[in-house]
Design a binder for this molecule. Structure first.
Ligand code: NAI
Length: 225
């Protein structure tokens, strides 16, 4: 099965499908932790509020994992999706910017449990260098190239203001970083062939929430009139 989707998944899977995979993974992990070993496609679709055909289409991008009349074997599907998402290995992570956000990420122990091993933080504030956050050392950002030459690292979290973020990203990429989890509110100007970037905008999610709140209140007002 693995060989099948490795062939099928080579850069052809739409990004909307990829973005739904972590949710499948989360639901299946929840089912597993509750001892549920098998789930029908209808039941999974009802729990996730996604049509059964959407689930089938999504999984077909990777070869499909269900069986007619059986549904899905939860552990197998969980492991396969984990493999698709690259979660069956560990990643070394550094955090650039040891302020409120960087410290919160460093202290969130679930990342560690899930295989994202935070190794160190870096900051331009000399007062922070030499401190420990969430059990990890904080170094001055000027020492990044030296650190990276000695400690191969997979992912950098960018939790600094947008001013200077692009310059820091260039240093990261020049020193071997291939994945950036970018919280700085700017689009990094970098060569997409060399590095993958996930931009995180908590405020986008909050704005969608306020839109939905507005819709809900308008609907309530409409039914009250
Ligand atoms: P903060 O001010 O507490 O921390 C920022 C840290 O970055 C400071 O310790 C500062 O010394 C350091 N820093 C600044 N320039 C640097 C550089 N060039 N190299 C290394 N370190 C540098 O701010 P906070 O609350 O932690 O937020 C950090 C950034 O993340 C802010 O720009 C904020 O706008 C952004 N942010 C984005 C969110 C999102 O959803 N995308 C959510 C929250 C914050």
């Amino acid at each position: 099965m693995r060989q099948v989707y490795e062939i099928m998944s080579s850069n052809t899977v739409p990004s909307a499908v990829i973005r739904r995979m972590p949710r499948y993974y989360r639901y299946l992990g929840d089912l597993l932790s509750r001892g549920i070993t098998r789930i029908s496609s209808a039941d999974l679709s009802r729990r996730m509020n996604v049509t059964a055909s959407q689930i089938r289409q999504d999984l077909n991008h990777f070869g499909g994992f269900g069986q007619q009349g059986y549904g899905y074997h939860v552990e197998t599907l969980y492991n396969e999706i984990g493999h698709i998402l690259g979660l069956d290995q560990e990643y070394r992570v550094i955090i650039i910017g040891a302020g409120n956000l960087g410290q919160a990420v460093a202290k969130y122990t679930n990342f560690n449990k899930r295989g994202y091993k935070v190794m160190a933080l870096f900051d331009s504030d000399p007062a922070l260098a030499g401190t420990i956050v969430g059990g990890n050392p904080v170094y001055h950002v000027d020492t990044l190239p030296e650190y990276l030459s000695e400690h191969p690292t997979d992912i950098a979290v960018l939790s600094i203001p947008k001013v200077g973020a692009n310059e820091v990203a260039e240093v990261l990429i020049d020193n071997g970083i291939q994945a950036i989890w970018n919280f700085a509110s700017l689009d990094l100007q970098i060569d997409p062939g060399k590095v993958v970037v996930e931009n995180v905008h908590l405020s986008d999610s909050l704005r969608v929430l306020t839109y939905r709140l507005k819709q809900l209140r308008e609907a309530e007002k409409g039914t009250a009139e």
